[in-house]
Write a new protein. Structure first.
Length: 84
């Protein structure tokens, strides 16, 4: 289910904000204010997990869900096979 991605040069040039939930990446966006809103949304849904904003995916697993699949596809250029 999770992915570990190597970012292309184009993706490295675009500043992305990764939302980390405990030990995996649960979302990504290109706007800081949207990232903060997403963190609040995740915290509303799950108040137990710890969420933080970071500027790279690092070696964390990236988890694609129905909630984040459009953003993952847009910002990380995922194929249909990687999203399914």
């Amino acid at each position: 289910m999770g992915l570990i991605l190597t970012l292309t040069k184009r993706e490295q040039m675009t500043k992305l904000f990764y939302i980390k939930c405990d030990d995996f990446i649960c979302d990504v966006t290109d706007r800081y204010d949207h990232a903060k809103e997403l963190i609040k949304e995740y915290q509303k849904d799950d108040g137990v997990s710890r969420y933080k904003l970071q500027y790279s995916a690092g070696s964390s697993e990236i988890v694609v869900t129905w909630f984040n699949k459009d953003r993952m596809k847009k910002f990380l250029n995922l194929s249909k096979e990687e999203i399914a």
